[in-house]
Design a protein around this ligand. Structure first.
Ligand code: KIV
Length: 272
């Protein structure tokens, strides 16, 4: 079922800004490999995020901090080989852009050159404005990310909702305005109160894509493995599961094990 207001052969950063102007919501999901990216793109998603959540989902780390630039490039290049239509945004990993704008530009250039990604995403506001500006001067589109920024987990201490207090909400609003003024083409807002997220979305012309940020924003993003129910230990309130793949895959694996052990597989037709 498509409820698109305009058909796009290829999604660009301009398409997303147009979608916001046309009040068409933007759909975004994560992918880290060729096979998943092909299914997600063929289904008609607008944006694939090669998120640094690959650190958790693909590598089993507790946080997003350990993933390296080389590993992000590997994931992003696998995704790029799969897609025909969607925009591919690649996370700059922790330690590759904070504090040194030359380092940030070098990292973003490596992502674009070596993976073929279409844009980069960075976490943070005014404290990384120099890095964002420098990346933008090279013609690389930048997506911002405010609210819960998992690369700062050791500063926050928990993954709970951000910006519930007035001072943090004010800083978030200022940062969102700044990111738009610097030239970011879109912004992810993670785990913030829905009212605040709507206020930010309404105050900007660039699209705001939410995760745990309510329905008043311009689009939604989820981690694909979570919405497919492959990760069953992660149960935040904002997550809608569209499948229970953990159970379905477990059933299939158990059946296969049973078939092998009982000599049911392979049968006469399944051999040469
Ligand atoms: O890395 C990621 O998957 C993300 C999303 C949660 C927005 O940044």
């Amino acid at each position: 079922m498509s409820v698109a207001k305009k058909q796009y052969k290829r999604i660009t950063v301009k398409s997303l800004i147009e979608m916001k102007a046309n009040k068409e919501k933007i759909s975004m999901l994560t992918a880290y490999d060729y096979t998943m990216a092909k299914i997600v793109d063929d289904a008609g998603i607008d944006v694939i995020l090669v998120g640094d959540s690959a650190s958790n989902v693909m590598a089993g780390h507790e946080t997003t901090l350990p993933i390296t630039l080389d590993q992000m490039i590997y994931h992003a290049s696998s995704v790029i080989r799969a897609i025909d239509r969607c925009l591919v945004v690649v996370d700059l990993p922790f330690g590759t852009y904070q504090g040194n704008s030359k380092n940030a530009l070098d990292s973003a250039i490596r992502i674009m050159k070596e993976s073929g990604g279409h844009a980069v995403k960075l976490e943070g506001g005014s404290e990384i404005s120099e890095s964002i500006s420098r990346i933008l001067t090279a013609g690389i589109p930048v997506m911002g990310h405010l609210g819960l920024t998992p690369q700062s987990i050791y500063k926050f201490g928990t993954y709970t909702v951000r910006a519930k207090e007035e001072a943090e909400a004010e800083k978030l609003k200022e940062d969102a305005k700044l990111l738009e003024e610097l030239g970011c083409f879109a912004l992810v807002l993670e785990k913030v109160p829905a009212k605040l997220a709507q206020e930010v979305a309404e105050s900007l012309t660039i699209p705001v894509i939410g995760i745990g940020a309510g329905s008043g924003v311009d689009g939604q993003v989820l981690v694909t493995h979570d919405m497919l129910g492959m990760t069953h230990e992660f149960n935040p309130r904002f997550l809608r599961r569209y499948l229970d793949l953990y159970s379905e895959m477990t059933t299939a694996f158990k059946q296969y094990i049973g078939d092998v052990k009982s000599l049911d597989f392979p049968n006469d037709k399944e051999q040469y």
